[in-house]
Design a binder for this molecule. Structure first.
Ligand code: SF4
Length: 121
């Protein structure tokens, strides 16, 4: 039997959820809606996160461009995702939502710009 106490991050209510795994079945308490149960089971079996970070940008007024993963990625892959993101350099102009890396690590997740930057040239 394995028990975890979590704060649900799906909505601002932040319910304190407790999940117990016993013989392959899950018992979730403390959630005020079904999304909390889904979140707790995912946290127990395959936790994921959206990764916000920056990449180097050339020809812009700032040296780094804010980016994020288009969807949550498994926590176990975040280090490898960051290694690839850290190798990237983009060039202005960039628009919010532009894809900086497509299908990173074959995860069906893109790395996208979260702000626009004009070219200064
Ligand atoms: S369990 Fe439901 S109500 Fe509670 S924080 Fe999660 S999403 Fe919000």
């Amino acid at each position: 039997m394995e028990t975890k106490k979590l704060t649900c991050i799906v909505c601002p209510l932040g319910c304190h959820v407790e999940i117990t795994k016993n013989d392959g079945t899950f018992n979730v308490t403390g959630n005020k809606c079904p999304r909390g149960e889904k979140y707790a089971i995912e946290e127990m079996t395959n936790p994921t996160r959206v990764v916000p970070t920056t990449v180097v940008i050339k020809n812009a007024s700032l040296s780094r461009l804010p980016v994020k993963t288009s969807k949550p990625v498994p926590k176990k892959d975040i280090f490898k995702v960051m290694e690839l993101i850290n190798q990237v350099e983009v060039e202005a102009p960039i628009k919010t939502g532009d894809i900086v890396i497509e299908n990173i690590l074959g995860l069906n997740v893109n790395i996208v710009a979260t702000r626009s930057m004009k070219s200064v040239i």
